[in-house]
Design a protein around this ligand. Structure first.
Ligand code: ZN
Length: 423
């Protein structure tokens, strides 16, 4: 099947720049980009379908590096900081995922909304029940999303209704991974929820699996001050929070660390040496009154930084929203620190949520931006009616899109060249 797509393409680049392909045509053959042209004679091109998106904006499918499938129904609900919020809202909601129908309905709802916001690749936590994790994979697979999903591991400091048996959950890891790891567009991710929820025995075993197999690892790190203090109490002989994961060989180039707000220079150095990936989740960090991560400081230090919605700490699945928030909180940080260097610009935030994230997930040869030979993962958006395309400069298009907070829903979304959503 050959598809011809016309519109205004915003094309993020690895050097944090954004190219504007105004009124371009992309020819898609069998899901892959075959041609990118400004002027073509339509009569001379062989295609089966023509999508003329006119003056709509087309961006690469966005990549969410950190979010929680079962928490979606709690978006915006609840109050308080991380640890009490988990106890008062989230664990109760995740416990309901032991009911099969609730888990199925909620998971379908999550993926429907995820795709509608233009996200085509996501790294996610399922609910901690084995069945809920398998349901997540089944629905992700049907949705066609490039899905990295982990069963959150929690064998201590967890309400009785959710706490896992260490030996049993290790068996569950192997059982789910055997069925779903690298099947179609799915990958199983090793997911110690965070240091406080795991015994040292469990961390040890997961570290061994991470070393022996080619898995991504995801966890939370230094999100909240009280959490950091608790980790000190529970691991008194380990120097700092980052070193807890390092002790158990959980820090690898395929490890995604969400939040990373309260890190000292030594910890930043460890993360840099281990070449881990940081998932910056500014909306969640506001909602749970956690703090502001110094994204630019980390990027300038050479760390791999991407963005995550962290629903339901975050209250919106839109990565355009998350990119905007990353810019906005960086401005507050720059005022607070009196350092202009802390400001993250829209172009950088856009690249973090597309091509840079693809590089970190080792899929940039396939997706992340529009290049010949790559798969066509894309989302089509309409600008707000207050912005007339003809009156905008090309370099204003990205901000007009990113700050269009009244409408975060895509008009159309493609994965592998297939139209998976349209409005
Ligand atoms: Zn999270």
């Amino acid at each position: 099947m050959r598809k011809l797509i016309k519109g205004i393409f915003l094309n993020p680049k690895s050097d944090y720049s954004v190219e504007v392909l105004n009124n371009y045509y992309l020819l898609i053959d069998n899901g892959k980009i075959e041609q990118i042209e400004k002027n073509i004679e339509i009569n001379e091109v062989a295609f089966d379908v023509f999508y003329d998106f006119g003056d709509r904006i087309i961006i690469p499918g966005m990549i969410d590096l950190h979010t929680h499938i079962p928490q979606f129904r709690a978006a915006g609900i609840g109050k308080g900081e991380l640890l009490e919020w988990l106890d008062n809202y989230i664990f109760l909601l995740e416990a309901k995922f032991s009911e099969k129908h609730f888990a199925e309905d909620s998971t379908k709802l999550f993926f429907k909304h995820l795709i509608s916001k233009g996200t085509t690749t996501a790294v996610m936590y399922s609910s901690p029940q084995k069945q809920a994790c398998e349901i997540a994979f089944e629905i992700a697979d049907e949705s066609q999303v490039r899905a990295y999903i982990g069963l959150p591991l929690m064998d201590r400091n967890t309400p009785e209704i959710l706490v896992q048996n260490t030996e049993q959950v290790i068996n569950d890891i192997f059982s789910i991974a055997k069925k779903w790891h690298k099947k179609n567009k799915c990958e199983f991710v090793l997911t110690p929820r965070f240091a406080l929820s795991c015994t040292e025995e469990l961390l040890q075993k997961v570290g061994e699996i991470a070393e022996s197999d080619d898995f991504f690892v995801q966890t939370h790190l230094a999100e909240n001050k009280k959490e950091v203090q608790e980790v000190k109490l529970q691991f008194p002989d380990i120097e700092n929070y980052t070193s807890v994961y390092d002790r158990y060989n959980l820090l690898t180039p395929k490890t995604l660390l969400a939040h990373c707000i309260f890190l000292n220079d030594e910890e930043i150095e460890i993360i840099n040496e281990r070449n881990c990936i940081i998932a910056h989740c500014p909306t969640s960090n506001k909602f749970l009154r956690s703090g502001i991560m110094r994204a630019n400081k980390y990027i300038n230090a050479g760390l791999k930084v991407g963005l995550g919605t962290d629903v339901a700490g975050g209250y919106c699945l839109s990565m355009l929203n998350e990119a905007m928030e990353a810019c906005e909180v960086s401005k507050l940080l720059s005022v607070q620190n009196e350092m202009h260097d802390d400001v993250l610009e829209a172009e950088s935030a856009f690249c973090l949520s597309t091509i840079k994230a693809a590089e970190f997930l080792e899929i940039s040869e396939e997706v992340g931006n529009f290049e010949i030979g790559k798969k066509f993962d894309a989302a089509v958006f309409e600008l707000s009616e207050v912005h007339k395309i003809t009156e905008l400069k090309e370099n204003e298009l990205l901000r007009a899109l990113m700050y269009n907070i009244d409408n975060r829903t895509a008009k159309a979304v493609f994965i592998d060249g297939n139209l998976v959503y349209h409005k």
